[in-house]
Design a binder for this molecule. Structure first.
Ligand code: C2E
Ligand code: CA
Ligand code: CA
Ligand code: CA
Length: 279
C-alpha cells in the first residue's frame, strides 16, 4: 500500500502555519499602515499607440512597513479585501489622485484629457461603496478624467446592481474598463449589455506574442471583437519592442507595460508627461 511520507505532511502543515501567521501579522499591521504613512501611490503611464502620446495612467498602491519591509499589492490587497481596509485604502488613493489635477488643469494647455485609472475591488461594488469614491472625481476638471478598472469576476451572472453601478459611472463621466480580460470565467454577454468602455487584455496573453500561434490568434480575435463592440483596447504587460510592433500592426489602441514605462512616483509624472506630449 502506498503511504504518504509523514515528513511531507509535517512540512506542509508547517508551511500552512507560517502562511497563516504571516497573513495575521500583515492584517494587523495593515490596519495601521495609513495612519503610519506607510502607503504610497505610483502611476504607470499608458501610451496611445496611434498618436504616440501618453493618454493616462494607472494608479498602483505600494506598502512599505518598517518591520516587514515592502509588501506586494498581490499579497496585501487580498488581505485588505477581507474587511473594510480596502475601502480606506482606495479612499486614500482617490484623495492622492487629486494631486495630479494641477498638472492637467485646463490652463496647463494640454492637448487632450488625461485619464486616471483606478482599480476597484469587487468588494467595493458589492458593498455599494462606489458612491463614496465618486465624490473625488467631481473635483476633476474637464482635462482630467477617471476610469474605474473592474475584474471579470464582477460581471459573473446577471446582477442588476452591477448594471446600476455602471450606469452611475457613465452618468458621472467615469469610464469603466474590464481588467485582466481573459483570465476570469465570464460569458461575454456583459460586454454588450453593460456600460463598458475599455478592455484591458491580460499580460498572460501578451507574453505569448509574437511567436506562439494560438496566443496570437486569441489576441487578434479579442482586438477585433472589442472594436466591433466599440470598446477601446489596451494591452497590459507589454515588455518588448517586438510585442509592441505586433500589437500596433493588429490595431491595438493603447499599451501599458515596461517597454513604455514602469510605474513611477506621482511627482515624476509632470516631467514624463511633458517629455512625451509636448514635443
Ligand atoms: P493589475 O491591476 O493587473 O496591475 C498591473 C500590474 O502589472 C502592476 O503590478 C504593474 O506594475 C505590473 N506590470 C505592468 N507592466 C508590466 C510589464 O511590462 N511587465 C511586468 N512583469 N509587470 C508589469 P503591481 O503594481 O504589483 O500590482 C499588482 C496587482 O495588485 C494589480 O494588478 C492589482 O490587481 C492589485 N492592485 C494594485 N494596486 C491596487 C489598488 O489600488 N486597488 C486594488 N483593488 N488593487 C490594486
Ligand atoms: Ca488594473
Ligand atoms: Ca490588469
Ligand atoms: Ca493582473
Amino acid at each position: 500500500d502506498y503511504k504518504i511520507p509523514v515528513n511531507t505532511i509535517v512540512s506542509y502543515n508547517e508551511k500552512q502555519n507560517r502562511r497563516l501567521k504571516r497573513v495575521a501579522s500583515l492584517k494587523e499591521k495593515l490596519a495601521k499602515a495609513l495612519k503610519n504613512d506607510e502607503i504610497s501611490i505610483m502611476i504607470q503611464p499608458r501610451l496611445n499607440v496611434t498618436t504616440g502620446k501618453i493618454s493616462g495612467g494607472e494608479l498602483l498602491m505600494r506598502w512599505n512597513n518598517s518591520t516587514v519591509g515592502p509588501v506586494s499589492p498581490v499579497e496585501f490587497i487580498p488581505i485588505s479585501e477581507k474587511d473594510d481596509q480596502i475601502f480606506y485604502l482606495t479612499h486614500y488613493l482617490m484623495k492622492e489622485s487629486l494631486k495630479l489635477g494641477d498638472i492637467f488643469a485646463p490652463e496647463a494647455g494640454n492637448d487632450r484629457p488625461f485619464s486616471i485609472s483606478v482599480n476597484i475591488s469587487p468588494s467595493i461594488i458589492h458593498a455599494e461603496k462606489l458612491h463614496d469614491l465618486i465624490q473625488y472625481t467631481e473635483k476633476a476638471g474637464p482635462d482630467f478624467t477617471y476610469e474605474f478598472e473592474l475584474t471579470e469576476g464582477v460581471f459573473l451572472g446577471v446582477d442588476e446592481r452591477v448594471a446600476d453601478e455602471l450606469k452611475l459611472l457613465q452618468s458621472r463621466g467615469i469610464a469603466a474598463s474590464v481588467d485582466d480580460f481573459g483570465t476570469g470565467y465570464s460569458n461575454l454577454e456583459y460586454l454588450q449589455d453593460l456600460n463598458i468602455n475599455v478592455l484591458k487584455i491580460d499580460k498572460k496573453f501578451i507574453d505569448g506574442i509574437p511567436g506562439r500561434g494560438k496566443q496570437q490568434h486569441l489576441v487578434r480575435a479579442v482586438i477585433q471583437m472589442a472594436h466591433a463592440l466599440n470598446l477601446l483596447t489596451v494591452a497590459e504587460g507589454v515588455e518588448t519592442p517586438e510585442q509592441f510592433l505586433w500589437l500596433q500592426k493588429e490595431g491595438i489602441d493603447e499599451i501599458q507595460g515596461f517597454v513604455f514605462s514602469k510605474p513611477i512616483e506621482l511627482v515624476a509624472l509632470q516631467d514624463f508627461y511633458d517629455h512625451h506630449n509636448k514635443n
